[in-house]
Design a protein around this ligand. Structure first.
Ligand SMILES: *Cc1c(COP(=O)(O)O)cnc(C)c1O
Length: 362
């Protein structure tokens, strides 16, 4: 294959992919109903479960959709009018869960505002006082870069016998997770974040104990978790057309994730993030979150005063140097975002800081 230009994507997914993952996209034409393709689907499912040590107690199911599709599949399939979910809305993605529940008129309440660090005691109290059956949380809030306390949510739900829904979109694949120990009931993620595949597939991992309750019909036709899972299990196919080439690239990216191991990938992310953090700090930038709340996957950078020509000018100058930075979404705070999600290495982040330094000098 021709050598492609290397792009450093600091937007929080789709991230920079490896050369082998890009090359895996070019395959012979194939009908996805063929057995040969079914084997690819099975390898993807097995690999996704292996990433979180979930082979024994969990099932995985795929949808042709962006990540939001997987979240919608969980909410519309696990919930109905007889249940009620408490949603931790401390960022844009928690708010998105609320919007999905609103669209489908699913009983829900919310706790926390944009940027709040979750108060597990307050969450416990709300769960005990209300008639909640489910808690829905974001693991890594990609809008602020906040790492929410997943382990504490898991313990709380175990203790109160509440079903836990986790959007781990921008952590699964990089943050070491033992599903068996954590006892998460539902987890949503996608092909193009910390597993480093290309965009087009989202997936749900769920505890086998949930199968019985999922059998009731879902509130959604396309995103019916039980039907989608059962069909895949029995026929090795998705109910509807999969993004064929994306599946081959995803299989390659999953293999690379398992080969690197989440422990090593997590160390790499943290090192890369630290280079960004130290470099930006030295250049005079300030950050939205206090250090102890930082995920070390993404950083929301305040830009007041430091970019006199505006974010777009900054973005365009870096873009010409093969670096992509991303606008912020935090209400009432002028921020931009940089994530270390993707096939990035120390020298890439050092290059980014050097380019920002030379931009600021001009
Ligand atoms: C990326 C992301 C999503 C899904 O976004 P899509 O644009 O639908 O892929 C959902 N939740 C979180 C936390 C994310 O980072």
């Amino acid at each position: 294959m021709q050598d492609l230009e290397r792009k450093i994507l600091l937007n929080p997914g789709p991230g920079t992919t490896s050369q082998n993952t890009k090359e895996a996209l070019v395959v012979n034409d194939i009908c996805p109903r063929e057995g040969e393709f079914g084997a690819i689907m099975n390898e993807i499912v097995d690999g996704l479960l292996a990433i979180g040590n979930g082979q024994d107690d969990y099932e995985a199911c795929l949808f042709a959709a962006s990540g939001t599709g997987a979240v919608e599949a969980i909410l519309t399939s696990a919930l109905d009018a007889s249940k009620k979910v408490l949603i931790v809305t401390n960022g844009a993605y928690g708010i998105r869960m609320r919007q999905i529940c609103e669209s489908y008129q699913l009983p829900h309440e919310t706790i926390h505002e944009f940027g709040d660090y979750p108060d597990v005691k307050a969450i416990r109290q709300r769960l005990q006082e209300g008639d909640f059956t489910h808690l829905a949380v974001i693991h890594h809030e990609t809008s602020t870069g906040m790492m929410n306390p997943l382990e504490e949510f898991c313990e709380l739900c175990d203790e109160l016998d509440i079903t836990l829904i986790v959007d781990a979109m921008s952590s699964y694949g990089a943050y070491p997770m033992d599903l068996k120990k954590l006892n998460i009931d539902y987890l949503a993620a996608s092909s193009n974040k910390c597993i480093h595949g290309v965009a087009g597939l989202s997936f749900v991992i769920f505890n086998k104990e949930q199968i019985q309750s999922l059998k009731k019909s879902s509130g959604s036709f396309y995103f019916d978790l039980y039907k989608q899972w059962k069909y895949l299990k029995e026929s090795n196919q998705l109910r509807f057309t999969p993004p064929v080439q994306v599946c081959y690239a995803f299989k390659q990216a999953i293999e690379e994730t398992l080969k690197e191991t989440t422990e090593k990938r997590w160390e790499r992310y943290q090192r890369n993030w630290q280079i960004l953090y130290d470099g930006l700090k030295e250049l005079g930038f300030e950050f939205y979150l206090p250090d102890e709340q930082q995920s070390k996957i993404l950083i929301a950078v305040k830009r007041t005063g430091i970019l006199p020509k505006g974010f777009d000018h900054f973005h365009d100058a870096l873009y010409e140097r093969n670096i992509t930075v991303y606008p912020g979404v935090i209400p009432e705070t002028d921020t931009f975002r940089m994530a270390v999600i993707g096939d990035l290495f120390e020298e890439d982040l050092k290059y980014v800081i050097a380019e920002i330094r030379s931009y600021l000098k001009k």
